[in-house]
Write a protein that binds this ligand. Structure first.
Ligand code: ACO
Length: 311
């Protein structure tokens, strides 16, 4: 049974009227948004690490400039999203502490290593491809600051996806060894990319309520299916093979049938036991601690400047 306030709130959501930071909202709506936007922001920031790994080793100056720009874009997305989360009444420091303590998650995908240059192609193509599949509908999410942040983020993600596909195009039209590297990268990133959409609908804890509140616009399985349908023809065009023997076009449903990722592996990664969890979190904590003197300096300067203005 909804209270009058809750009923009025739900009516706004159903009428596609955006909820703004100063509007009344149920405590659980606020909490879910802080969780999702915060985790999304953390994903953007931690997501810089696997690609940052290749900036100094990019094969050409042009590729280096593109990769550098892309990694910087991800930092921008993170900052945008932290701002959106802050409008809900949580501070940047609290969000950071929750990331570093392991209380808040970031996307499972960034706990996998990037072993070769072809991984820069696979990450852009598949990881950013999966990210856009999820983020385009979020432009219509019910919370105003989140929806607006998604508009710009999606434009940039679309460039990221294309740059990844462009790397894959170069690799597959290179030497046999380069084509093999591209196939190997696809083999390693395919299932982790499918995991990005979250557990199967039957195991998704938050989907029902989040969809009723339009915090999420689609279920995890819907978006995963959409991703497979769009990505398989792109793999064919590259002349690469999706590492799934059961992948087949289903005339009746108008979808590809495909194998599920290993959900036990997904759970292990979420628990902190993926191949790179410790390394990723360690790198973030080191950066945060290493930047403390700079944050302190900025704060001291801001305080002095404020005093001067008063005087
Ligand atoms: N990686 C890490 N954790 C995940 C993932 C994943 N790929 N998928 C689901 N989970 C977690 C959820 O956070 C939740 O745990 P929590 O209660 O501790 O937060 C649990 O698994 C159960 O999943 P759901 O109930 O399905 O969770 P939710 O409704 O939040 O759906 C989803 C997950 C689809 C990722 C959603 O949060 C979302 O759309 N987020 C915004 C997009 C985003 O974060 N993208 C980041 C990846 S890529 C990038 O942009 C750089």
């Amino acid at each position: 049974e909804l209270s009058p306030e809750e009923a009025a709130f739900q009516a706004r959501i159903d009428g596609n009227i955006k909820i703004e930071p100063k509007d009344w909202m149920p405590a659980a709506y606020r909490k879910t948004l802080i969780r999702q936007i915060g985790q999304h922001a953390h994903s953007e920031i931690v997501g810089q690490l696997p690609e940052g790994n290749w900036v100094t080793r990019a094969p050409t100056l042009e590729r280096k400039a593109i990769l550098l720009a892309k990694v910087q874009d991800e930092a921008g997305h993170g900052l945008y999203l932290y701002c959106a989360a802050e409008t809900l009444g949580i501070s940047r420091d609290e969000l950071m502490n929750k990331l570093h303590s392991g209380e808040m998650k970031y996307s499972s995908i960034f706990n996998y290593p990037t072993l070769t240059w072809a991984d820069m192609g696979a990450v852009g193509w598949l990881v950013d491809g999966a990210a856009i599949m999820n983020q385009v509908p979020l432009q219509r999410t019910s919370f105003g600051p989140y929806a607006r942040a998604m508009v710009r983020i999606c434009k940039e993600e679309s460039f990221h996806q294309r740059q990844g596909y462009s790397i894959m195009m170069s690799m597959v039209s290179g030497t046999p060894a380069q084509k093999e590297m591209a196939q190997d990268a696809l083999n390693r990133f395919w299932y982790p990319a499918l995991m990005m959409f979250g557990p199967s609908d039957k195991d998704s804890v938050h989907s029902d309520q989040s969809m009723a509140w339009k915090i999420k616009m689609n279920t995890n399985d819907e978006l995963r299916q959409r991703f497979v349908n769009e990505t398989v023809p792109q793999a064919h065009y590259l002349g690469l093979t999706i590492p799934d023997d059961d992948l087949v076009w289903n005339e009746e449903t108008g979808n590809y049938d495909f194998s599920q990722p290993d959900w036990e592996e997904f759970k292990a990664v979420l628990k902190g036991n993926g191949p790179c969890n410790r390394e990723r979190l360690g790198a973030r904590i080191k950066a945060w601690e290493g930047g403390e003197w700079f944050r302190d300096g900025l704060a001291a300067y801001a305080e002095k400047a404020a005093k001067r203005r008063v005087a």
